[in-house]
Design a protein around this ligand. Structure first.
Ligand SMILES: Cc1ncc(C[n+]2csc(CCOP(=O)(O)OP(=O)(O)O)c2C)c(N)n1
Ligand code: SF4
Ligand code: SF4
Ligand code: SF4
Length: 816
């Protein structure tokens, strides 16, 4: 280090609460302690919360070092208006070489954009001497979320280790993004914007936001559209439109002579897909050929320069958290939120308000189901299977029918005077997975998939109205399939993949027990779709009751949930002791005595727990004034209800990484419930094999076929003798699934439910719309056995093992 150095700033990408400084800072300070010209050494934190570290932040550090009184501790990339440790920014700066061509691709998770961009980098790297760079950023949703690919190409070495802020080219795979993100932010004047859309000029005029129109016109942007979905679908590629967008990219940029790029793309398709199936390669080539004919240059009307930016009226009922935190984060403006804003919105302890996924309205479906009322048998199966709670039966009374929007037709609910029934979809929350339409058992289908735009126009008001009608008492029984669906799902609009096999199970649990559930969630897909910050899909009912949810780790989830259970149990036992004392003193009214005794007798019973808890609360309220002991009981009213303790997670948790804890907790004999969503791989990390992966299956880490057979977790648990164990499969037998959930929760001891769970990582050839059929095939070919092992039956002199599948195998395992 030159002797002339007077000041040093050390940057640590960590925060060490309680330490006198971060590790690298302390090391540098120690190393320079004996230096002759001991310079001033200050320490900063950077890149926390995965924040991008940009040139202006680093320039800010230099600038700060030269200030008269530099802070000894500081932070960059965060606006800290509470401890005031952040240092001022020097304003946005892109230091990337001007010759470097920068591109941003806004994709839709699993549409192939990221893969296509990786392929583009390879093509350009292979065919030119250009330097190439790619970085891929994702939101917290599973597939169907936002992906942004940042690509740089140039003759000079690329040293820009930060995201692109001033692109030459922007591509967008989803037209719904035009209102959600500032897609043109930083796009250079004269740059190119490519939009995948079905809109023609008239519709562009109607749908593009005014700010975007202004930018396009003022910056003289070269604007192109393409209907990539249609081209991909015509070529037999479903919604995988990456090939189309990639071809358009090479056509619109001159990074490579187009003919050369075109040939390279075709070669790449043959290399990538040809090995498995030459027909797939041919479909891709057909899509490429079609692209050129359909790429359309939009002449930007000069009037767009003066587009008037409308003032969108704010919804007064919207919680502050939604408008101040959720919406800016979802607009990709989260980095501009200050520490103070988080504190003001109640996020000091790291907890998030529930039910905020309902405000996201992602609009990611291409097609949405339309209800054909005359064909409907009111079976509620559609709502039962929907992974996103985007389709529901709605009940309306006469007055609500009168007040409903014109298109809100209803069917009469037989035997329920005047009650109208309707199946209502929320187009903006639907993912277009098709499961409901597939599951609809009506002879003439009562659900037909229709284009999103059409359904959004027809159904948006109907959905808005449906969520305002008063909740009605369940006209059926909550314990039956149709009846369960009249209960409000307390898990809705999660960020799981379209058609996910996991969420319908958990959604059903919330309909049965959600108002008193405590969930410990293992890390895995369910911890991601269960809490995709900033939105939370777990929600509350009209009384403010809903599941309490938390995620600890993959390896300790059973113990984590066990801790929740023991804490609750200990507190309730102490409360029971206090109740006993009051009962023994025998100085309360008969009414309160009955309420206390009922509560005491049934404190471990799920059935009727809410009624007993409410009765006791009311009885205490009536006579507690001036009675310290009664007031003390009332203060603990949160403990009156018997909680329903669940530990949930995937097979990676249950069979592998968290197995030791599961075994320990099952052996404890305590009253807890576990749900294992067995998709037979580690899905969240891309499909690695687990001990649940069946023999010979191909998975990551088992690329030549898994050598060992699948571990029998259910059998292991059954060997304890006092554990309730069930295997279930939603598409195969919904009634058996219901029975298993109800019995497990009722069982006064540990229970384990292993649920067969198709997943996008399985690569089901017909797509996730056949998710339920897959589970059915798994059962009917004898691969997945449905059973319930209920130790309670032993006491009744019965066989505890109930096989819920037919002896006869009806499907060949090859079909499965
Ligand atoms: C101890 C530990 N190892 C690895 C990981 C990385 N990891 C996060 S989620 C996950 C996959 C979990 O798979 P599974 O339990 O089957 O749930 P799924 O994602 O399939 O729902 C892994 C390996 C981790 N979080 N903790
Ligand atoms: S298409 Fe899928 S997400 Fe949409 S309502 Fe049907 S089941 Fe739900
Ligand atoms: S599954 Fe079909 S028949 Fe059943 S309620 Fe839904 S729309 Fe009606
Ligand atoms: S379990 Fe599979 S389908 Fe569900 S969110 Fe995870 S990856 Fe997607």
């Amino acid at each position: 280090m030159p002797k002339t150095v007077e000041r040093v700033a050390v940057l640590d990408r960590t925060k060490e609460p309680g330490a006198s400084g971060e590790p690298l800072l302390l090391d540098v300070q120690s190393a320079l302690y004996d230096a002759e010209t001991r310079p001033l050494v200050i320490g900063g934190r950077y890149g926390l919360g995965s924040k991008d570290v940009t040139p202006d932040q680093i320039l800010g550090v230099y600038s700060h070092l030269t200030s008269s009184k530099p802070k000894s501790r500081f932070t960059i990339g965060i606006i800290d208006d509470v401890t005031h440790l952040s240092i001022p920014s020097v304003g946005s700066k892109d230091l990337t070489n001007k010759q470097t061509f920068q591109c941003k691709f806004f994709g839709f998770g699993s549409d192939g954009t990221v893969g296509a961009n990786k392929a583009a980098i390879k093509i350009i790297g292979d065919h030119t001497d250009l330097n190439v760079q790619g970085y891929f950023s994702y939101d917290s949703k599973k597939s169907g979320g936002l992906t942004i690919s940042h690509l740089r190409f140039g003759e000079n070495r690329i040293r820009s280790a930060y995201l692109i802020s001033e692109p030459n080219f922007v591509s967008c795979s989803s037209a719904s993004y035009v209102t959600q993100y500032d897609l043109l932010k930083g796009l250079k004047p004269g740059g190119t914007f490519l939009l995948n859309t079905v809109w023609n000029e008239d519709k562009l005029e109607r749908h593009l936001p005014a700010q975007m129109k202004r930018n396009l016109a003022e910056k003289n942007i070269q604007f192109y559209t393409i209907n990539a979905i249609k081209i991909a679908a015509n070529a037999g590629l479903g919604r995988r439109m990456n090939t189309v967008m990639q071809t358009a990219f090479f056509k619109l940029t001159s990074i490579l002579p187009f003919e050369e790029a075109f040939q390279a793309l075709k070669d790449s398709a043959v290399r990538t897909y040809g090995k498995k199936d030459m027909r797939l390669a041919e479909k891709n080539i057909r899509a490429m050929d079609d692209t050129l004919a359909h790429l359309k240059k939009i002449e930007i009307p000069s009037s767009w320069k003066n587009s008037e930016i409308e003032n969108v009226p704010q919804d007064a009922d919207k919680p502050a958290y939604v408008s101040r935190i959720l919406e800016p984060v979802n607009r990709l403006e989260g980095d501009s939120l200050s520490v103070g804003a988080l504190i003001e919105n109640g996020m000091v302890d790291g907890s998030y308000p529930q039910g905020t996924a309902a405000y996201e309205k992602r609009g990611i479906a291409l097609e949405v189901p339309e209800w054909v009322s005359d064909n409907c048998t009111m079976c509620n199966e559609c709502a039962f299977v929907c992974p996103h709670a985007a389709i529901r039966p709605v009940l309306v009374n006469e007055a609500e029918k009168e007040a409903a929007p014109a298109g809100f037709i209803t069917r009469e609910m037989r035997g329920k005077d005047g009650l109208g029934y309707r199946i209502q979809v929320s187009p903006l929350d639907c993912t277009g997975c098709n499961l409901c339409a597939h599951a609809c058992p009506a002879k003439d289908k009562a659900l037909v998939m229709k284009p999103f735009e059409e359904m959004e126009e027809k159904e948006a008001d109907n959905w808005s109205y449906a969520v305002t009608v008063t909740p009605k008492p369940n006209p059926g029984k909550k314990e039956t399939l149709p009846g369960s669906q009249f209960e409000q799902p307390l898990l809705e609009f999660s960020g799981a993949c379209a058609g996910c096999g996991e969420t319908p199970y958990v959604k059903l649990l919330t309909q049965l027990f959600g108002d008193r559930m405590m969930i410990a969630n293992a890390t895995g897909c369910s911890s991601i779709w269960g809490a995709s910050a900033p939105a939370t899909p777990y929600t509350v009912n009209q009384d403010g009751h809903g599941p309490a949810w938390a995620n600890s780790l993959l390896e300790d989830n059973a113990e984590y949930g066990f801790g929740m259970h023991l804490a609750n149990k200990t507190l309730r036992e102490a409360l029971a002791h206090e109740v006993d004392v009051v009962l023994e003193q025998n100085e309360v009214s008969e009414n309160l005595h009955v309420a206390l005794s009922n509560w005491r007798d049934g404190m471990h019973e799920s059935e009727g727990t809410r009624e007993r808890a409410e009765d006791l609360q009311l009885a205490l309220l009536a006579e507690m004034d001036g009675h310290a002991e009664l007031e003390a009981l009332y203060a603990k009213r949160d403990l009156f209800l018997k909680r329903s303790q669940w530990m949930i997670g995937g097979d990676g948790w249950a069979y592998d990484i968290g197995f030791g804890g599961i075994d320990h907790v099952l052996a404890s004999g305590e009253d807890v419930n576990m749900l294992v969503m067995d998709n037979e791989v580690y899905s969240n990390t891309g499909g690695q094999s687990s001990k649940a992966t069946p023999m010979s299956a191909l998975a990551k880490f088992a690329s030549s076929g898994k050598r060992m057979g699948k571990k029998d977790l259910g059998f292991m648990a059954m060997s304890y003798g006092n554990v309730y164990v069930a295997q279930v499969a939603m598409g195969a037998n919904k009634k058996q699934l219901m029975k298993a959930f109800l019995e497990a929760e009722k069982f006064d001891g540990p229970s384990l439910i292993i649920a067969y769970t198709p997943c996008i990582t399985h690569g089901i050839s017909a797509g996730m719309k056949t998710m339920l059929t897959e589970t059915d095939l798994a059962v009917s070919c004898g691969y997945w056995n449905l059973y319930r092992y209920n130790p309670d039956l032993i006491e009744k002199g019965k066989n505890p093992m109930v096989m819920d599948f037919k002896n006869q195998i009806s499907t060949s395992s090859m079909t499965f």
